[in-house]
Design a protein around this ligand. Sequence first.
Ligand SMILES: Cc1ncc(COP(=O)(O)O)c(C=O)c1O
Length: 426
Amino acid sequence: MRKLLQRGLGTAARLRGFDAPTVWQEFTPLAVKLGAVNLGQGFPDWPTPDFVKEELRVAVSANYNQYARSAGDVKLVEALAAHYSPLVGGGRKIDPLTEVTVSVGATEALYALMQAIINEGDEVVVLEPAFDTYPAQIQMAGGVPKFVPLELKHGKWTLDFNKLERAITKKTKLLLLNTPHNPTGKVFSKEELSFVADILQRHTHVTAVCDEVYEKLIYDKKQHVRLASLPGMWDRTVTISSCGKTFSCTGWKVGWAYGPQHLIKPIVLANQWIQYCVSTPTQHAMANILAKADKPYEGSASYYDYVCAQYESKRNDLAASLRAGNLLPIMPEGGFFIIADTSAYNPPSKYSEQPGPTGEVPVSRDWAFARWLSHEVGVTPIPPSAFYCKASAHQASKLARFAFCKTEPALAEAKLRLAKMKPTSN
Ligand SMILES: Cc1ncc(COP(=O)(O)O)c(C=O)c1O
């Protein structure tokens, strides 16, 4: 297949490099084959909550089954505008019909936005490590990613704002910011976002795109701050989110974008020729789910408080299990992944010698470590080099990413297995 693709077969240049197997293609089947606890891919492995499922059943039975409005079912965009208006501050009343649009998950909102506003050769500033979708989507739109590293300093992921500003050129169209951040779990503080806002004020040709799919999963009583809520930033920012992470229904793929009309309109224009509209019953269901999620749930003040507390406790459990196995967690402030330092271990060379995703031998150390942990310990992480471009993948060499969006039994089994580990380095 790979050879056929390489020979051309009409595959467009915009898919260059896409035939290399992804990290998921190696590690998900490996976990299944070995019976390893799969802490790789980031999706909740428990049932979607009953109140969420019930709304979809009701919507289908009530015959909301035909095409929806292209920019989003009116009931859903109204619910989203009502939800986000108080959260973007400044007494703003978001216009549901012009300042909100619905997409096939956050992924497709990002895709449509890039298709809608990137011209050949335009640059997009991306923080690295980065969700692997971003560079692929930038390439498909004819753009060029410009990576700025998040650096580990004293156990914290930090952004050098001078480097960020230096990455901006005349060709820069977008600055992509993901908070809470995948894979690091970094939550950008108000102060950090104010620095970003200052940079944007100095470079008025740049639009900010904020991917906030983990917006409800913030720990240690930290606050989720939206760049769009800072002075002068509403008109400069598209904010994107979705239902999958918050409501444990990643397969529904209902996402949305909100922002000023001049930035939402291009997404709507692109979307009418991409998917035309998003599945109608899931949109109807989501509108009702948003209304219910603010109400008390399972002893918590709201569903959001409940789900956040559940995740925080899972994060703490997995962090303790990793520490017991001498894998040092870099504590995430949000989202559902922990990056851990694996320096205490030396994966044997046989795990480096099988070819990697692009046929390279030996594979990077983090890749070998993830294989070793799967085979020898029975726990599968993801090698974080998958979230770096080739030139900076070495930054991940002593790291592994573990997902904690897993059931208690899965996390308990991982704990037992990790506790048996003995350091091998020096
Ligand atoms: C940062 C980030 N953005 C977007 C997505 C995808 O969101 P959706 O499933 O709504 O397309 C993910 C999923 O892992 C993610 O981690």
